[in-house]
Design a protein around this ligand. Structure first.
Ligand code: ATP
Ligand code: MG
Length: 329
């Protein structure tokens, strides 16, 4: 049996460049070596968007299109819907018995996300979402989880839960490892340290050429650079970070040129917009093909969900047996 990958995204909006370099690129490459499961995290989207379920419904298909456009092969990878696997909710309930509220409250990503949303009081579902992620990862006994840097504390939490379960009941669960992408955390267009769907600072993969050019034109740069000949500070400039991520071959040259005030921000932006458009162009074609065939997309999601459900049922039997909850068998 091939080792398994489990990873996914909240269906709160279309995927962006941060997703691509943080995780999606790895998934596309690894789907040939690993049995790959991609979760459309609609339940996790509800933790922050429970008042807007219609937004989740719309974005479920958009994120599926993002996967397919980026090169996820539905013959190789299983794309499925989180809320249609009730075993995930069941596992979440069991695991939540041995996770302390304190450990969740001190999780650095939970803290940062709550702060960014201005939440002084966290809802129970949001606070507990790392437990639900543990259920996602363990129902299919994934060994590898390609994710961005913000997810590392959650994978650590998952490993702890797995160890605790195995020690309390029976060693049936598998401890996963995080695989962080080449760019663990891509900066936002506004200079915020994380490009994020919900922060309005993202460049989505489904952008037209003009949208890329326009958004890059307006993106933040080093604020101390006013004239072209002013020496710049590429290390704090989002545009330079994008060169490192999407125009690696020229990034040293850009760094030097900026430091010496030899390359202006306009030129630097035009170059990176070109590289980003080169990356996105083939995705646009593929997306179009699938977008024109919505029935096919639905089939992919339904059959993927069915496959995932089968595995979830098998794991659930093992879990119940391990915990002694198999009363009548
Ligand atoms: P939201 O703002 O709704 O939370 P998001 O942009 O943070 O959306 P998620 O669905 O929460 O996206 O994250 C999905 C995956 O993409 C995770 O593995 C996360 O680490 C990764 N990821 C998200 N943003 C970035 C980024 N800017 N750089 C690298 N990886 C990222
Ligand atoms: Mg997020």
């Amino acid at each position: 049996m091939k080792n398994r990958i489990l990873t996914g995204d909240r269906v709160t909006g279309k995927l962006h460049l941060g997703h691509y370099v943080g995780s999606l690129k790895n998934r596309v490459e690894l789907q040939h070596q690993y049995e790959t499961y991609l979760l459309l995290a609609d339940v996790q989207a509800l933790t922050t968007h429970f008042e807007n379920p219609e937004l989740i419904k719309e974005n479920l298909r958009q994120v599926a299109l993002d996967y397919l456009a980026a090169g996820i092969d539905p013959e190789k990878s299983t794309i499925f819907v989180q809320s249609l696997i009730p075993e995930i909710a069941e596992l979440t309930a069991y695991y939540s018995m041995f996770v302390t509220v304190n450990s969740l409250k001190h999780n650095p990503t939970i803290k940062a996300e709550a702060r960014a949303r201005g939440n002084s009081e966290m809802n129970y579902g949001f606070l507990g979402y790392p437990i639900s992620q543990t259920a996602d990862i363990t129902f299919c006994k994934a060994t590898l989880v390609p994710v961005g840097e913000d997810q590392i504390p959650h994978i650590e939490q998952t490993r702890k839960i797995v160890r605790r379960f195995n020690q309390l009941y029976k060693p049936i669960l598998v401890e996963p490892t995080a695989l962080v992408g080449e760019v663990p955390r891509l900066v936002g267009l506004d200079g915020n340290n994380k490009m994020s769907k919900s922060m309005g600072n993202a460049l989505v993969l489904d952008s037209t050429k003009d949208e890329v050019n326009e958004k890059i034109k307006k993106a933040k740069t080093d604020p101390s650079r006013i004239h072209k000949n002013d020496p710049g500070n590429p290390e704090i400039c989002p545009i330079y970070a994008y060169h490192q991520a999407f125009n690696k071959e020229q990034s040293n040259e850009i760094f030097e040129g900026c430091k010496k005030g030899q390359i202006g921000c306009m030129e630097c932006k035009q170059k990176i917009a070109g590289s980003i458009n080169d990356l996105l162009e083939p995705m646009r074609d593929k997306r179009n093909q699938y977008q024109n065939n919505p029935k096919r997309v639905d089939e992919i999601l339904m059959s993927g969900t069915e496959r995932a459900r089968q595995i979830a049922k098998e794991t659930m039997l093992e879990v119940r047996e391990a915990m002694g909850l198999n009363y009548f068998s």
